[in-house]
Write a protein that binds this ligand. Structure first.
Ligand code: FE2
Ligand code: FE2
Length: 337
């Protein structure tokens, strides 16, 4: 029923797992299963007491943050099914994407539970879930995502080099800009609260989401690396320019969200430090993709540098039986945080 594909982006529905053409994707699928967690394991009780202690500025920040979380992972899950699964023609990669889809569902469930807990008033709750329509700083980020979804929506198969470039831009957008920048920005606010001893339930769930997102991004970059090996001619100056422009646009979109969240600034968290952080992250994404960095900014958030190690420690402490095999080179802690 299928014609044999030569390359990862050749159209079709390759079914053969032996001999295995992309064993790395299969190993990533197996690794991901070792990280299974459930929303029921996250205890949000102490957060409710913490929320009552927050200043009005902090409460505003949390309100905006959870409103972003209300739809972020659903957008990613839709693109995964409608675009990535369709065009990455490897049964090993499709196994990984199936697993990723489950993880996105857990994330959606986590944020649903979080909003139900944080926002007891039905009107506030409805407004948060409708944020992509009624909160401009969130709508702008959603529109950025939809633009890159729409770019590939009509692509039935990747026949030409132009088709493949459009697909690559979509893939890179979701990995580097959405999972790798919008979500990292959002996580930074969560860890800023945690660094002040607040909202431990949210931080716990975020640890596990963070870990998953890091793996999703790493998988997507591995797909990019594979395509680069197979079809190096796709990676020309034009693609580099498009990716660089896209990341700059994502930094600006995340920054206008940051202005909305931070207002006049809070101790240790303001628009300037968030700009530096986002620029630093954007440079890391560009470098991981083999492109030149553009900002040269340092990470101003010490609580994010610790994050990689702390997350794993927490994970091991809480899950000694469920998590049986140590992480071995699947997450590059030095590079991505
Ligand atoms: Fe997610
Ligand atoms: Fe993800």
């Amino acid at each position: 029923m299928t014609t044999e594909a030569k390359n990862l982006l050749d159209p079709g529905f390759e079914l053969t797992l032996r001999p295995m053409r992309y064993p790395d994707f299969y190993e990533r699928y197996r690794d991901a299963i070792k990280n299974t967690w459930t929303v029921e394991e996250v205890d949000l009780h102490s957060d409710v007491a913490d929320l009552a202690k927050l200043t009005p500025g902090e409460q505003h920040m949390i309100g905006r943050l959870v409103a972003f979380f209300a739809t972020g992972d659903s957008i990613v899950a839709n693109n995964l099914v409608l675009t990535l699964y369709k065009h990455i023609n490897s049964p090993e990669a499709r196994l990984y994407l199936s697993r990723q889809l489950f993880e996105e569902a857990v994330h959606v469930q986590f944020y649903l539970t979080l909003l139900d807990t944080y926002l007891p008033d039905p009107e506030d709750r409805a407004a948060a879930f409708d944020a992509v329509e009624n909160i401009p700083s969130i709508r702008e980020k959603a529109e950025f995502c939809f633009k890159w979804i729409n770019e590939v929506e009509k692509l039935e198969s990747l026949q030409t080099q132009a088709d493949r470039r459009r697909f690559l831009l979509n893939l890179i957008c979701f990995a580097a800009c959405i999972e790798g920048l919008f979500f990292y920005g959002a996580f930074a606010y969560v860890y800023w609260f945690r660094s002040r001893g607040l909202l431990h339930g949210l931080a716990t769930g975020t640890n596990w989401v963070f870990r998953d997102e890091t793996m999703h991004m790493s998988f997507a970059f591995e797909v990019v690396d594979t395509v680069r090996k197979e079809e190096p001619e796709l990676f020309d100056d034009q693609l580099q320019q498009q990716v660089t422009d896209m990341l700059k646009e994502a930094v600006e979109a995340e920054l206008q969200f940051g202005r909305d969240l931070c207002g006049e600034g809070l101790p240790g968290m303001n628009t300037d430090s968030m700009r530096q952080y986002l620029e630093c992250v954007a440079d890391q994404r560009l470098q991981r993709l083999g492109f030149a960095p553009v900002y040269g900014s340092e990470n101003p958030f010490s609580f994010m540098e610790l994050q990689g190690v702390q997350e794993l420690t927490n994970f091991f402490e809480r899950r000694p039986s469920a998590y049986q095999v140590a992480v071995e080179g699947t997450v590059d802690l030095d590079e991505d945080f």
